[in-house]
Design a protein around this ligand. Structure first.
Ligand code: AP5
Length: 206
């Protein structure tokens, strides 16, 4: 069986998580978000969670070594045998090199949106505290009336933390487009969720 490793890149709020969920359903390979792995460790009050909580909330990056070790453990699991979709990894050159020493990425999809759009989407992102579904008060999908009361906001979705996260993306992650060169496919992320998914589907020739 050929392993398929797809990386989703893009500024904060560009829709990496949203599109990864769609791709997972189409390709039947898992969606692996390092941000989700860290947040799960924080929620379960694991030792790792205590180490990284302050870093995430401030919009800083967790160390390359800690992040790679967490990822390596996850992608070594059985459900990743046929491949996986990476959301939020790698974010630095060191992380890309660590992954390359372990296994090679096939394709890198970059979802392009402006910083202004990113700020607008993230300050309005909300999550259902029971189902984990993601909504948006400004864009789409809008939350149904009956669940409005149980919506929560991510601790790092504040204007201050978003600004820091975007700065890190431009400084440390964008240079990776050159590192992956001919594996990079750029997609306009400022379209409807369905149109972005359609562009990705055509680019991957699913
Ligand atoms: P992480 O959880 O990965 O956050 P992020 O990179 O900031 O990305 P987001 O989850 O904010 O955005 P997204 O692109 O997934 O957008 P979404 O689909 O939700 O990382 C969090 C933290 O963990 C990092 O800051 C760092 O501290 C740490 N970390 C993680 N990985 C690390 C690493 N490799 N190294 C070191 N540290 C690491 O969409 C956003 C909103 O827009 C939603 O409300 C959605 O409904 C809406 N939306 C989506 N698509 C559209 C569309 N086309 N049109 C309109 N609205 C849309």
């Amino acid at each position: 069986m050929t392993k398929r490793i797809i990386c989703l890149f893009g500024p904060q709020g560009s829709g990496k998580g949203t599109q990864a969920k769609i791709l997972t359903a189409q390709l039947h390979i898992p969606h692996i978000s390092t941000g989700d792995l860290f947040r799960a460790a924080i929620a379960s009050r694991a030792e790792l969670g205590k180490q990284v909580e302050g870093i995430l909330n401030k919009g800083e990056l967790v160390s390359d070594e800690l992040t790679f070790n967490l990822l390596k453990e996850r992608i070594s699991q059985n459900d990743c045998k046929a491949g996986f979709i990476l959301d939020g990894y790698p974010r630095t050159l060191t992380q890309a090199q660590l992954l390359d020493d372990f296994m090679n990425v096939d394709v890198v999809i970059v979802l392009e949106i402006s910083d202004a759009e990113s700020l607008k989407r993230l300050t309005n992102r909300r999550q259902d505290s029971i189902t984990g579904a993601i909504y948006n008060l400004y864009t789409v999908p809008k939350p149904p009336k009956e669940i409005e009361r149980r919506l929560i906001q991510r601790a790092d979705d504040t204007a201050e933390a978003i600004e820091k996260r975007l700065k890190k993306y431009h400084q440390q992650t964008e240079p990776l487009f050159l590192y992956y060169k001919n594996k990079v496919i750029r997609v306009n992320g400022e379209q409807s969720i369905e149109r972005v998914a359609g562009d990705i589907e055509r680019a991957l020739v699913l």
